[in-house]
Design a protein around this ligand. Structure first.
Ligand code: N01
Length: 548
């Protein structure tokens, strides 16, 4: 039965009646889309969510490879908007696994009665701004249409998988898998000869599990990864009780952290460069024992001073050399770029996996992959044979999810044209020439550079307030001014330049995608400063925006 917010499927031009139907179309039913739907409906808006996949959950639906789990502790990587939710929900593990995170997304969808407003299996093909009616016109790949005053793109910074254009890939006669588009049936690697290309976070989680099952595993590494132990395990009930006794306080303290999490661990009072070797190493040891990203929070200067960074980097390299018995494998596994420049990996037994007799590492920075062959691949002067190829080759981050939609603003300008030289925007939220479009946790905001749950709640709350303000003032459209956008991008770049983050080839920079402009895309200014700036812009009557 169609509801008021559910236009009939139609391939015709929408009628005037249909044009008045919706306030907001949210694209994506991952964690950010679910909260956007809940929050915007709570403010009385008529909202529908269009989701390409057959399920809610976004990244936790797609990335279901063995070992997939969150790399921020679950009691911090979770919604804070509802105290009953955070009190009722019990996380089984310190770092929740993908199935548990997917259960959480489904629980939230049910608990807040969101499903009625979500259209699954609905991949948005195009979204065009209709200047005559001041509304967005959205079409799905199967020809359905919606119109709405606002669009919220909740499509995630890491949702467009990157499959390198390896010559001969289609000739491979075995099974090809991509970590970000994993099959929904379990994959049994028993007795198989498996190759994994890539050694980022996905591979680091996946490799120990495949190695334990497969006959042989060959890992093709282009850049060695820094991985720190998760020390994952069941969530301690006493710890859970403590957190829940003051959950609001913990959330508030986390929102004051640059990263949006980790407030329970203060950094050393002095910079890493100002303490003795013994004191520094003791601090790193302590953080290694605690596990996870806490290592990067040990000193305030690790991401801003290359000398400080090198101390932390060398500390991890020493650990690698201690763990991995074969010296040449250990040497190849030791990264040479600054630690934290690419996102740190949080692992469970990654380096130790290379001590297994069935695991081989191939350094493709020395022996580049020439081609995939029917029975394996050719790298350097060698050929490798296997029956299963796992591509753990990451994502076309930040811009990829947006530019694969036919998104068109004022004057027929497409997002592909607008972002040809990099993702122009203001506050990460708004794009000049694309009125009434809000982008959640995308480029230009702290996004995945921080705890994305904290970032998405701040974004959604800001947008809800903004729409309420527009309606109260009788305005119909809002969009970034070109000047504010230019200033913002200059600022985002200037912030990155004060860090070590430009000194390697990361997906933050688009450097993993051949031909992509090298632009640092997230804002590295820390969550509190960013949130304050957004709040000030709103308080100043949406300074930097054109409101009509
Ligand atoms: O992707 P990546 P990912 N030939 O881009 C290599 C989040 N995440 O899916 O470094 C050979 O990090 C590439 O090599 P290089 C998290 O934010 C979180 O692992 O470009 N190799 C790299 O080794 C993470 O950072 C979790 O030289 C090629 C790898 O493929 C982000 O997602 C878990 C290649 C890609 O690594 C992305 O992680 C998983 C080529 N042509 C992911 N092209 C959690 O723990 C690429 N590579 C929550």
């Amino acid at each position: 039965m169609p509801t008021r917010d559910d236009p009939q499927p139609s391939t015709r031009e929408p009628t005037t009646a249909a044009i008045d139907t919706l306030d907001v179309v949210v694209i994506g039913a991952g964690f950010s889309g679910l909260y956007a739907l809940h929050k915007l409906r709570c403010t009385g808006l008529r909202v529908v969510v269009l989701e390409a996949e057959p399920s809610v959950g976004g990244t936790w639906w797609a990335n279901r490879y063995p070992g997939a789990r969150v790399d921020i502790q679950s009691f911090e990587y979770s919604y804070s908007f509802s105290d009953p939710l955070q009190q009722d929900w019990h996380w089984n593990e310190r770092y929740a696994s993908q199935p548990e995170l997917l259960r959480y997304a489904n629980h939230v969808a049910d608990r807040f009665d969101l499903r009625r407003h979500i259209r699954l299996n609905t991949r948005v093909k195009s979204a065009h701004f209709d200047e005559a009616h001041q509304r967005w016109r959205i079409s799905s790949e199967d020809g359905r249409q919606w119109t709405a005053r606002f669009i919220v793109t909740a499509i995630g910074p890491l949702s467009s998988p990157n499959t390198p254009a390896f010559e001969g890939l289609s000739s491979f006669e075995g099974q090809v898998l991509h970590t970000a588009a994993w099959p929904h049936e379990p994959v049994d690697f028993t007795g198989r000869d498996v190759a994994v290309v890539g050694t980022g976070s996905s591979a680091v989680q996946l490799i120990p599990l495949i190695a334990a099952q497969a006959r042989t595993l060959t890992v093709f590494q282009r850049t060695a990864a820094y991985a720190v132990p998760a020390h994952n395990g069941p969530l301690d009930p006493e710890r859970e009780r403590q957190v829940k006794a003051d959950y609001a306080g913990l959330r508030a303290r986390n929102r004051k952290m640059r990263s949006g999490f980790g407030s329970e661990l203060a950094p050393h009072p002095k910079p890493a460069v100002a303490v003795s070797d013994a004191e520094r190493d003791a601090m790193f040891e302590e953080r290694w024992r605690i596990g996870g990203f806490s290592l990067l929070g040990a000193f305030v200067d690790l991401l801003t001073d290359l000398r400080a960074n090198e101390h932390a980097a060398e500390f991890v390299r020493k650990k690698i050399r201690q763990i991995v018995r074969d010296p040449s494998t250990a040497a190849a596994l030791c990264p040479t770029h600054p630690i934290g420049c690419k996102r740190l990996c949080v692992d469970s037994g990654y380096y130790d996996t290379y001590n297994r007799p069935n695991v081989t590492l191939v350094d493709v920075s020395r022996e580049p992959i020439h081609a995939i062959t029917p029975s394996g691949l050719a790298s350097g002067a060698r050929s490798h044979t296997f029956d299963t190829l796992v591509l753990a080759t990451g994502f076309d981050a930040f811009t990829g999810p947006m530019t694969r939609i036919d998104l068109c603003g004022r004057g027929g300008v497409t997002i592909q044209d607008k972002w040809r030289g990099g993702p122009l925007n203001y506050l990460g939220l708004s794009i000049a020439g694309f009125p009434n479009l809000f982008n959640l946790v995308g480029p230009g905001s702290t996004s995945a550079f921080t705890n994305v749950m904290v970032a998405l709640e701040q974004h959604v709350d800001w947008i809800a307030d903004c729409i309420a303000w527009l309606d109260a003032q009788g305005h119909t459209t809002i969009e970034a001014s070109a000047e504010a956008e230019a200033r913002w991008i200059t600022f985002v770049n200037a912030v990155a330049q004060q860090t070590i983050l430009l000194s390697c080839n990361s997906w933050y920079l688009g450097a993993n995608i051949p031909g992509k402009p090298r632009v640092f895309m997230p804002l590295a200014d820390g969550f509190p400063a960013y949130a304050q700036r957004c709040a000030e812009v709103a308080r100043d009557g949406y300074a930097g925006f054109i409101v009509q």
